[in-house]
Ligand binder design. Sequence first.
Ligand SMILES: [Zn+2]
Length: 350
Amino acid sequence: MKDVSKDEEGAGGMKDIIKKLVETYGPSGSEDRVRDLIRDEIQGAVDEIRVDALGNLIALKRGCRGDGGAKLLIAAHMDEIGVIVTYIDDSGFLRFSNVGGVSPFTLIGQRVVFANGTVGTFGREKLDDWKDLKLDKMFIDIGAKDRAEAESRVKIGDVACFYREMTDIGGKLIAKSMDDRIGCAVVVEAIKRTKGIESPNEVYFVFTVQEEVGLRGARTAAYGVNPDIGIAVDVTTTGDTPEAPRMSVKLGAGPAIKVKDTSVVAHPRVKNLMIEAASSAGIPYQLEILDFGGTDAGSIHTTREGIPSGVLSIPARYVHTPSEMVDMGDVEGAVKLLVEIVKRPLAGSV
Ligand SMILES: [Zn+2]
């Protein structure tokens, strides 16, 4: 364990909850444990908590709407990527498919864990060329001696996620599922810091399900809440590593305010209200254009007759690997910006 220095204290105090969140099992469709953890954390800090039919956790902070306030939905997704068992062979090896965006190259040498605690690692068929590595050339080895033993521990349709502890390397953290448990942690912390503070807005903090398989939970949550404004909190990739794709977002340069990704063009007024909030609170920020990938805002903004939406991004390196890296300064900046947005009268913004 590393000591937390004084200047890291704000976000440093979040490291325990971040560790719990990232180490919890929760692939898409199996978010229960993450939901229970978050519910315990925010109990008493919001006015109402409910779970909708798909499993989204919806927490309401009542405000004094009508006095310049708006109905604001803030979403962070609870699910993480994983692998799903499709076939068990006579020797007890498991064939699998992806749940969300999983590259075969990120699996070699890794371990995964199933809901019941069964741990496995990955093997592959012989290849003439590494470029031929595909998920269907791979298998999960849980150490079973035959099909019967494997089936006593794992069934067709069981889902596993990466099995990894978080590593604290000082100002930065490395873990699986920073996408998007770091977003969940940011929203949880914003809820705690606004406890007892009267907001002009009616704020729905929504922890969504099934983002990684198609932004699905956010769609029904947004329909049910019917907000004036939607903001998704999620990770974005960076362009600051050797020969990275050209992208201006850097780790450690502050949270990013999204301009566009493949799922959404941020509504200009939502983007601008985020920029104004950051500027007036003196929070460093970056503008983000992501050439691949989307977030919950992609489904929120096309719900009903259209909901102006934007995204607050936490820069992360090595997204969708078991070692996603974030900077605690960016995390703290994201919390501060979210708190600032919750406190501002937003009715005139959109
Ligand atoms: Zn995500």
